[in-house]
Design a protein around this ligand. Structure first.
Ligand code: SF4
Length: 196
């Protein structure tokens, strides 16, 4: 990486889900689909093909690129809305609200870009969960901003060094499309065997 390179907003989401997965995807270039990733891709394709326009005094713009020079971030938004002179991002997800906060972090990263592009503070964003058809409010507060900025630094460091974070088995592994490449339980067993 050099100082003209950008990191993707998607990589922050992946790092927050699992640093080892982020390393596999963005340092090794590995990716395998599973049911969840295919459903996610098809949802985003549907969202991006709906046109821009006005809906009940809310201006909607879909599938535009967001960028921040300050944080060296880039990524495509699903939906940006303007209501009562307030801009906010809406990120679409295939399932229901999960136990982890990587979706909120992705919305916050979009808000940081949008703030730089509009010159206005973004106080809120949303995650739309397709399974429950519900929008989850995301407050772009100081804690979430700090967590997002720290994750940007972590991902930048990961891409610069290429150093592999350990694969640690957790509940998240069950839904991970890279499970068969990673084999976290086997890695764990080998490590324990070596320690005997
Ligand atoms: S299987 Fe688990 S440890 Fe391996 S990349 Fe996926 S989430 Fe990370």
């Amino acid at each position: 990486m050099n100082n003209t390179d950008y990191i993707t907003i998607a990589s922050l989401n992946q790092f927050s889900y699992c640093p080892h997965r982020c390393w596999r995807m963005f340092c090794l270039g590995e990716f395998t689909d599973n049911q969840y990733t295919i459903e996610g891709t098809s949802l985003h394709e549907r969202v991006h093909t709906v046109g821009d326009g006005n809906q009940e005094n809310i201006w909607q713009v879909r599938a535009i690129w967001l960028k921040s020079e300050k944080y060296k971030l880039i990524g495509k938004s699903d939906l940006i809305e303007l209501e009562n002179d307030e801009w906010y991002p809406v990120e679409y997800k295939r399932g229901r609200k999960g136990e982890w906060d990587n979706d909120e972090l992705q919305v916050c990263a979009q808000a940081l870009c949008l703030e730089e592009m509009t010159g206005k503070e973004i106080a809120t964003g949303y995650v739309y969960y397709a399974q429950t058809h519900q929008r989850q409010l995301v407050e772009i507060n100081d804690d979430l901003r700090a967590e997002t900025i720290a994750t940007i630094a972590d991902v930048t460091n990961l891409l610069e060094t290429g150093k592999m974070p350990p694969a640690i088995y957790s509940k998240r592994c069950k839904g991970c499309s890279l499970y068969s490449q990673c084999l976290p339980m086997a890695v764990d067993k080998v490590k324990r065997y070596q320690e005997i």
